[in-house]
Design a protein around this ligand. Sequence first.
Ligand code: IMP
Ligand code: MG
Length: 178
Amino acid sequence: MNRIKVKDKTFEVSIPAEELAREVRRVATEISRDYAGREPLFLPVLNGSFIFAADLLREVDLPCEISFIKLASYQGTQSTGEIREVIGLAQDITGRDVIIVEDIIDSGLTMAHMIETLERHNPASIRVCSLLVKPAALKVEVPIHYRALDIPNDFIVGYGLDYDGFGRNTKDIYTLVK
Ligand code: IMP
Ligand code: MG
């Protein structure tokens, strides 16, 4: 199926499952090599990274732990508005080699905030692994150590990523048809 409808919008295949599998395997190999002899703690960010994390971690050849985290938004009293807090950090990350696993880095603001928050818990190291990056959309500088693919600044769904909560459950990634 080349085109799908998610709610009111039409999307067409832009990254087929085979390409995703190939790039995810490559990233897993890089991580396995870089962390040889260590026991990293993977922190996939829900909801978007659940499929990527499942595929990636099955290809990682290391003793490791996995704990899902989430960013919860709530309205702050400050004029800046939205405050985002990391929830679900059940694991003590002090002294650990942490790898944050994200679905996509767009403006980079979410990841910058995530890194800042996790750093307060004094991990030994923090690295970022993102399935996708939109280089043209980056507004802040974020270190991205591992990435499967760079994509244009278009809206996409599938393989964990959503449009208004829907469209996460596909094998391929789809781009919005304008
Ligand atoms: P950032 O803070 O602008 O980097 O936004 C990152 C978050 O926005 C991701 O974790 C996604 O949840 C969401 N996002 C950004 N671009 C897309 C897209 O093209 N499709 C679906 N979600 C997206
Ligand atoms: Mg996300």
